[in-house]
Design a protein around this ligand. Structure first.
Ligand code: MOS
Length: 741
């Protein structure tokens, strides 16, 4: 409907709540008799806890309990694997004396106040029987192993793929590229720290937890404590940024519940910024090697993409590192290999376009190197190798608007003014570089449900166990519900972040709009149909004798399309039937079309950098991202989300680097002063452009999601721009000034 709210730049429905401090984040809930917990962490990377002296801590003021493997209750830790959990066995926190990584929880102190808990935690003395940890990533690559199995529901991840004869094609190629790429470990660093408040009422557990997936926290805690899932209630209405870090229920959630049980009081546990570098995951460090072969005229003849990522020694975290090489560009001979290097570190997790962002960096930098070798414009090289279908899956694309992305990107950026030679553009003392890269992110959709309540006052309430870590789920779902019901958005209230609401797939992988949006859409249509049925079978209703196909809904009213004056408001239908409320629950899931089409969002990133000739300081002057992500439900929020993704890409390219001490496993820069991330002064002109794209296959809304796509391609576009500016090819991220000198 053209009157509809989908597609409009509606302001955030919870914006005022957030800026006035009335939006309550997990740590802000106030409970009577609350005690405060602080985690004591290991200071060696591998070994055993030989002795633990907790006596001084126990005698410190205000201390309620000190819990370690010596006195912690033995927990069932039943098998539980969400669709996103890694292969292997999760940390059984405080269940034994084994130290698996530096920063592992070895005790928890509970006190009357946070200060008392922190002070007492500092008094715990530990003696270790240390062993030599394996911590060297780049020196240990030959130990890498193939991951055991796949990744996400319905998308198996073969570690190795092959088509044609890439080795022979490389030997025969006119032009060859063979290069290695490194990406440092990176940390999510959301503003809001991880926080959990746990309260027991007999054998029922309530958790106020920062999470992107309430259903998963419920199931994980139920498994850990051996409870039926319905005994665990997870509440998480607001999330202050996450970027993937809360797609798992980490051990601090278990610790808060364990501590609350032990002391018989509600317990609050907030990770410190330093602990966020070890109690939760990170984007793993990666090594990649890309070999490309091409004919003299620029046709790709071979791609060999090999990637190795770090993981922990107890779990295999897998992501789509080498996947784009299989289908992004047309090529008859392709081999990809993915392996993991287990180290004595904690387990990585999804972060900002996990896998894809790292893999695309290598692939799209190699494509840039090939363009220079061929004396071709980088966009022209890509257009020469534009595939007709997904050559890996052997499926048609549900839609693929790469050409439109290049066209709009070139136009928006002014790319045609680019001088092809490196070091050929300058601005006074500054070297100027223009670089580009192609972006892709697979379009996912998972099962999700929604519950709709049409109210006697003409308004509506919609619920789903979804999350909103910042993109604006609450707002976009209000828009979707408003259109499907034909009720103005001001009269629709959408609620999320509660495990008692209908199940929703994880709020990650850019799949919320596709999954939860579809559920809200379908459930609201069902509620509208139910209301119409009441009217249609009612001779007193102006809609008596009509049916769904003859009617429309707008302004809170159902009416005959052929004669809009003949209609009735929702509340009048309810009133005449003596109903206070009309309720509908619908569960939805992806259909067969997900096996019939290759579904991806595509983009093209264009970057301008200015590099100081003497000091190597790099500044991203502007970024243009042309994105084809299907239907854009809210252009204002999509723009905001894309700008966020671009900022993350700038961080990945130029700053972010979690530094591990290779002897002790200690994170050296575990704070916001020493872990460099972009601030306002680092950001100049960011311009996301959305390509109009109508994809009838991805989901009922036609939305592909922009969250991850926005970041993919930013780092290689910047790296390629740095080469264009300086003539120096830096193949390891972050590109810090030292690497240019
Ligand atoms: Mo995102 S890494 O899927 O939260």
């Amino acid at each position: 409907m053209n009157q509809g709210s989908v597609g409009k730049p509606m302001a955030r429905v919870d914006g005022v709540l957030k800026v006035t401090g009335r939006a309550k984040y997990s740590a802000e809930h106030v409970l009577p008799n609350l005690a405060y917990a602080v985690i004591v962490t290991s200071t060696v990377a591998k070994g055993r806890v030989k002795a633990l002296d907790v006596t001084p801590a126990q005698h410190a003021a205000g201390v309620v309990a000190v819990i370690s493997h010596l006195n912690a209750p033995k927990l069932p830790f039943r098998e539980h694997k969400s669709a996103l959990d890694p292969i292997g066995e999760r940390l059984h926190v405080l269940q034994d004396d084994v130290v698996r990584f530096n920063g592992q929880p070895i005790a928890i102190v509970v006190a009357e106040t946070l200060d008392q808990a922190e002070y007492a935690a500092s008094l715990v003395r530990t003696e270790y029987a240390p062993e030599t940890p394996r911590l060297d990533f780049s020196g240990g690559l030959e130990r890498a192993v193939a991951p055991a199995v796949g990744l996400l529901p319905n998308s198996p991840l073969p570690a190795d793929t092959r088509r044609g004869d890439p080795e022979k094609a490389l030997t025969d190629a006119d032009v060859k590229i063979d290069a290695e790429y490194l990406i440092a470990r990176q940390q999510h660093n959301p503003m809001e720290p991880h926080a959990t408040i746990a309260r027991w009422d007999d054998d029922r557990l309530t958790l106020w937890d920062k999470t992107q997936w309430v259903a998963n926290v419920r199931d994980e805690l139920a498994a850990v404590f051996g409870l039926p899932p319905e005994n665990v209630h997870v509440i998480s209405p607001f999330v202050g940024g996450a970027f993937g870090t809360t797609l798992r229920a980490w051990s601090h959630v278990t610790l808060s519940a364990l501590a609350a049980k032990y002391v018989g009081r509600p317990v609050k546990l907030v990770l410190t910024r330093r602990q966020m570098y070890t109690e939760t995951g990170y984007r793993p460090e990666t090594w990649q090697r890309v070999k490309l072969g091409a004919s003299r005229n620029g046709q790709l003849t071979a791609i060999v993409h090999r990637g190795i990522a770090e993981t922990s020694s107890h779990e295999q975290y897998v992501e789509r590192l080498v996947e784009p090489a299989r289908f992004l560009h047309s090529c008859p001979n392709v081999a990809t290999h993915y392996a993991l290097l287990p180290l004595d570190v904690h387990t990585p997790v999804y972060m900002r376009a996990p896998g894809t962002a790292s893999g695309i960096f290598a692939l799209e930098c190699a494509m840039d190197e090939l363009a220079y070798a061929l004396h071709l414009d980088p966009v022209a090289l890509r257009l020469l190798n534009e595939p007709q279908k997904d050559e890996y899956a052997n499926l048609p694309f549900s839609s693929r608007s790469t050409r439109e992305c290049y066209r709009l990107g070139i136009e928006g950026f002014g790319w045609s003014a680019r001088k092809p030679e490196p070091r050929s553009m300058s601005d006074g003392k500054l070297l100027i570089g223009w670089g580009m890269a192609t972006a892709v992110y697979h379009t996912l959709r998972g099962p999700a449900g929604a519950h709709v309540r049409l109210l006697a006052d003409g308004g509506a309430e919609v619920e789903s166990a979804a999350s909103d870590m910042g993109p604006g789920t609450s707002t976009s779902m209000t828009q979707v519900a408003s259109d499907a019901l034909g009720i103005p958005p001001e009269r629709v209230h959408f609620s999320l972040g509660d495990s008692t609401f209908p199940f929703a797939s994880p709020h990650g992988g850019s799949m919320t709009m596709a999954s939860v949006g579809s559920a809200v859409h379908v459930a609201c249509l069902a509620a509208r149909a139910k209301a119409l049925e009441l009217a249609a079978t009612d001779e007193h209703s102006p809609l008596g004798g009509t049916n769904l196909n003859m009617t429309d809904a707008a302004d809170g009213r159902l009416f005959l399309r052929a004669d809009p004056s003949r209609g009735e408001r929702y509340q009048d239908i309810l009133a005449r039937h003596g109903l206070d409320v009309l309720e509908v629950t619908e569960m939805t899931q992806p259909g067969a079309e997900h096996n019939q089409y290759s579904m991806n969002a595509f983009g093209a990133l264009f970057a301008e950098v200015a590099v100081d000739r003497d000091f190597g300081v790099i500044r991203v002057r502007r970024l243009v991202g042309a994105y084809a992500a299907g239907r854009i439900v809210n252009p204002r929020m999509a723009r905001s989300q894309s700008i966020g993704g671009m900022v993350g890409g700038i961080g990945m390219a130029l700053m972010e680097h979690t530094i591990t001490d290779r002897t002790s496993g200690r994170i050296v820069n575990a704070d916001l002063a020493n872990y460099l991330a972009p601030v306002n002064a680092d950001i100049a002109d960011l311009d996301p452009i959305f390509v109009e794209e109508n994809d009838p296959y991805v989901n009922p809304l036609g939305a592909k999601g922009v969250g991850e796509l926005a970041l993919v391609g930013v780092a290689p576009a910047i790296a390629n721009a740095v080469f264009h500016a300086t003539g120096k090819r830096v193949r390891d991220l972050p590109i810090i000034p030292e690497k240019l000198l």
